[in-house]
Design a protein around this ligand. Structure first.
Ligand code: ZN
Length: 415
């Protein structure tokens, strides 16, 4: 069995709970001392057992967004050596900081995942993210801990990455589901033999359904494993996907609860940004009990987002952000409907009377401008369609501007 940290990953339940209690008490002391927002909330509160966690206050993503950028940091900025941004509630940014200890701990936690996936110092790992994903840092730290060789080269372009796979002969590929699907497609189109690659393992940055996993395993000729993480907590490094496909939480580092179907997490050891009972806005089930792999960490079964967060490829966004982009254009305030497909969004906008009476040239330009705004501001490929609010039908020569069809051949204006 491939276990990186025997002591913590296989720790007996009683010993684990004692360790959790000690760390929870230390966390409370740290929060009261260093984070003003918690000092007020935690006044007079203490814990005698892990079960006392239930009496402590929650932390919401909205509170984190309100205290942007550094309101929840528990150490002075001179101790922070890495910062990154993650998407917060309704598109507001959240800033995550790491101390030197946080980063080295991140590496050890990511190494648990890599070791569980069979990675050793003998492996050559190709890491390919891009397209809006930010999580590759943790995998690089983890690979360094295991002393595996890493190729982390951009661009995230399928032909380029396939050339790397053929030239460097990596044994492990760590990438996003979007990139993995693109690689498998191009390998098939070019009639390359996936078995000629040397891949032993493919590790994906987020969970995918069974069908996609099987398709990728066949297309890349290697077993596929998925990660589950959260940008505000750790991604990767929150849990380990064991060979049984189960996500075991690193319970020596995090406490998990489910409140009204929502995953709630407490960080036990994080220095820069410790979070108490953080409401993740992710639906979840927790399963206790022995797993065939021997790990003691509670099993996380993640469900859908609970806050309306949407995603196209690897880019997450909220509908409120769509309205914000439109607010900066001539179509500001116009009613719209949003459709999300696997590869792009379709925004159907009602044209105002004034815009509707405008020239074809003007309306076509407006469409292109809005589409380019979506790409620039949200990294989303968008197709903008205009609808006539009165007829809700395709306007013709008598009803307004007639536009040439877009490159896809579909009619630009749809009812
Ligand atoms: Zn397991």
């Amino acid at each position: 069995m491939n276990v990186f940290d025997h002591r913590h990953e296989l720790m007996p339940r009683g010993e684990l709970e004692q360790l959790q209690l000690e760390r929870l008490q230390a966390l409370l002391a740290r929060l009261k001392r260093h984070v003003r927002r918690y000092r007020e909330k935690l006044a007079g509160l203490n814990v005698e057992s892990v079960a006392d966690l239930a009496r402590l206050p929650f932390t919401t993503p909205e509170e984190m967004a309100e205290s942007f950028p550094y309101g929840f940091f528990a150490c002075p900025m001179r101790e922070i050596i890495r910062l990154h941004t993650t998407l917060g509630p309704q598109g507001k940014p959240l800033v995550i900081g790491h101390t030197r200890n946080d980063l080295s701990q991140w590496g050890r936690l990511a190494a648990r995942q890599l070791a569980a996936s069979g990675v050793t110092a003998n492996d050559v790992i190709q890491v390919c993210f891009g397209g809006g994903a930010y999580g590759s840092a943790g995998y690089l730290f983890g690979a360094q801990v295991l002393e595996a060789s890493v190729i982390a080269e951009e661009p995230a372009h399928a032909d380029y990455q396939i050339a790397m796979l053929r030239n460097y002969r990596p044994t492990v590929l760590i990438t996003t589901p979007t990139m993995a699907l693109e690689l498998a497609e191009v390998i098939e189109q070019r009639r390359l033999d996936p078995q000629s690659l040397q891949l032993r393992t493919v590790l994906l940055s987020r969970p995918v359904d069974r069908e996609t996993r099987d398709r990728l395993a066949a297309g890349l000729s290697a077993p596929v494993q998925c990660n589950f993480g959260l940008g505000e907590i750790l991604d990767p490094g929150l849990c380990v996907a064991c060979p049984a496909g189960t996500f075991h939480l690193h319970e020596d580092q995090f406490l998990a609860e489910v409140q009204n179907g929502e995953l709630v997490l407490t960080t036990l050891c994080r220095e820069a940004l410790p979070l108490l009972r953080y409401q993740t806005r992710v639906a979840c089930e927790l399963v206790q009990g022995k797993c065939a792999c021997g790990r003691s960490g509670v099993q996380i079964v993640p469900g859908p987002r609970l806050d309306g967060r949407l995603r196209v490829k690897e880019t997450p966004f909220y509908e409120t952000q769509i309205a914000e982009v439109l607010a900066h254009t001539r179509a500001a305030g116009q009613p719209f409907t949003l459709k999300v497909s696997e590869r792009h969004i379709v925004v159907s906008l009602e044209l105002s009377e004034a815009l509707f009476a405008d020239t074809v040239w003007f309306v076509e330009n407006l469409k292109r401008q809005i589409e380019s705004d979506f790409l620039a501001r949200l990294n989303l490929v968008a197709e903008v369609r205009f609808v006539n609010p009165r007829s809700q039908a395709v306007p013709d020569e008598t009803g307004g501007p007639t536009l040439s069809p877009p490159e896809t051949g579909r009619p630009l204006i749809q009812s």
